[in-house]
Ligand binder design. Structure first.
Ligand code: NI
Length: 395
């Protein structure tokens, strides 16, 4: 049997696992049942050395499973799946919809865990052909920006002896079963900022007696948009988004406080520094211009996700060998969304691929949508690809 056929034979079992996960989603830092299910399945497969309490900084529900190849010494290849869900009320209408109120696998992490468990079985079946070590990383708290589970695991040393790392994400903007992977930047950094403007409240009819923090805030929101348009080269990419603006509690009072919160995205560390520096200057000086005092807390999340060229090409060609030339593509453009797999790639060579889920003539729902239902047909392909990345590696 070929590897795609072996993976295909597991399809029903993979669907069972996926539905079990989908019906019982857990938030980052609380993945108790998910962790238990993963460890149980790994023990059922056998042959793995399993550690179940990884990532203490983010709840300690990570599962790390190591297996030694029987064909001699060689590199250590890591494969990673994230396992947490989102605070979203599911509206897919699936028979196996979330049983946990207000929590949903809306980012496909149920698929990722399932594909890696499928790979765990296939790798075990092929262990006599494998040189070196394989490490499976079931990572908690991917959605917990900025700390995130990847950082928690890295701090525990899980990457120290790793030579290359690979990961997959289901991707609704790509057609079903198409793998997209790009050398260089593929996803953005994700930073989180908080701004407080302190003024002085006054009667709404005596504005001259106060310092209007809301007015300073309104002016600041506008000015922040000048960073991308006037401080960043038009050839480069950056985003400054204010997502929260809070001021005032009474219709006839000048607000003495204003609060803003948002995110910045870039593909480049230098641009990231420029955005933070300009933001700080605007917060302080625009607040001061209105007689207020502005404070910025700029929390850096993970780096931009940058694929190693050799590894990205390797992932694409491996998939093409399994499923045909046209099924593995080079992406036209990166996405400005973030992914904490970037943390691994900032330390080790590797690649992160997107696996398309949208059926021809099928409905499209983006990730993080309450209608995102995923696609179970991609599960065997993801498992086969992850396995082949280990079997064919010549690093
Ligand atoms: Ni995700």
């Amino acid at each position: 049997m070929s590897l795609p056929e072996e993976a295909r034979a597991m399809h029903d079992h993979l669907i069972e696992i996926r539905r079990q996960l989908h019906a019982h989603p857990e938030l980052g830092g609380q993945e108790t049942e998910t962790s238990r299910l993963i460890a149980e399945e790994l023990r059922r497969i056998g042959g793995y050395e399993i550690r179940e309490n990884a990532g203490q900084l983010t709840g300690g529900h990570g599962v790390i499973a190591d297996i030694r190849g029987e064909a001699g010494d060689g590199p250590c290849i890591a494969l990673r799946a994230d396992m947490d869900a989102l605070e979203i009320e599911e509206e897919t209408g699936l028979a196996f919809s979330s049983e946990n109120k207000g929590i949903m696998h809306a980012c496909g992490h149920d698929h990722h865990v399932t594909m890696l468990l499928g790979a765990a079985k296939l790798i075990k079946d092929h262990i006599h052909e494998i040189k070196g070590n394989v490490r499976l990383i079931f990572q908690p708290a991917e959605e917990c920006v900025p700390t995130g589970g990847a950082l928690a695991l890295i701090r525990e040393g899980i990457l120290d002896d790793v030579d290359a790392i690979f990961g997959l994400h289901v991707w609704p903007t790509l057609p079903e079963n198409v793998l997209g992977v790009k050398a260089g930047p593929q996803m953005a950094s994700a930073d989180h900022f908080y701004i407080r403007i302190h003024g002085e409240s006054a009667h709404g009819a005596m504005p001259d007696k106060g310092k209007d923090a809301l007015l300073a805030g309104a002016s600041l929101v506008q000015a922040l948009q000048s960073i991308v348009s006037r401080n960043i080269s038009p050839i480069d990419s950056a985003i400054v988004t204010v997502g929260i603006f809070e001021a005032g509690h009474q219709w006839n009072i000048i607000p003495g406080e204003c609060y803003l919160e948002g995110t910045c995205r870039t593909f480049d560390e230098g641009i990231r520094d420029t955005v933070e520096d300009r933001m700080r200057a605007l917060v302080e000086q625009i607040s001061a211009a209105y007689g207020c005092r502005g404070e910025l807390v700029f929390e850096r999340g993970h780096e931009p996700l940058i694929n190693d060229k050799t590894m990205a090409d390797y992932m694409r060609s491996t998939y093409r060998e399994l499923y045909g030339e046209e099924m593995g593509i080079d992406l036209d453009a990166p996405a400005m969304t973030g992914e904490d797999f970037a943390r691994y790639l900032s330390l080790k060579p590797g690649a992160f691929g997107w696996l398309g889920t949208t059926k021809k003539d099928g409905e499209f729902h983006p990730l993080h949508s309450s209608h995102f239902a995923g696609n179970e047909d991609v599960l065997p392909r993801g498992a086969a690809l992850l396995t082949a990345l280990v079997l064919n590696f010549r690093g």
